[in-house]
Design a protein around this ligand. Structure first.
Ligand SMILES: [Zn+2]
Length: 101
């Protein structure tokens, strides 16, 4: 009889404690699901790839603009010619090897 009451009291206390912890910290301690983490990682990867693609397009458009204005292959910083080797390595290079550093 006494053991039953004690067991019930412990069970009730445990339930209340768990309930209070969930109420107080539920949002903080809830671990995200694997699917949620995968979704966040996929979105982050897609944003990174999109940013890289936009950067590449902007870089190519800038090179095309320099071609149209006759300044392609001329260092945008010092005005010297960018070497053919430099342009082969990076066709959209805006600066010579010396100014790249
Ligand atoms: Zn230069």
């Amino acid at each position: 009889m006494f053991a039953d009451r004690r067991r019930d009291a412990v069970a009730l206390t445990w339930d209340l404690t768990v309930h209070q912890l969930h109420q107080a910290f539920g949002r903080c301690v809830a671990a995200p699901s694997t699917e949620a983490l995968d979704d966040v990682m996929s979105q982050e990867l897609a944003r990174t790839r999109l940013a890289a693609a936009r950067y590449a397009v902007d870089d190519i458009q800038a090179a095309l603009s320099r071609m149209a204005h006759g300044t392609y292959g001329i260092c945008q910083q010092c005005g010297c010619s960018v070497t053919a080797h430099g342009l082969q390595g990076s066709p959209t290079a805006q600066r010579c090897a010396t100014c790249q550093v």
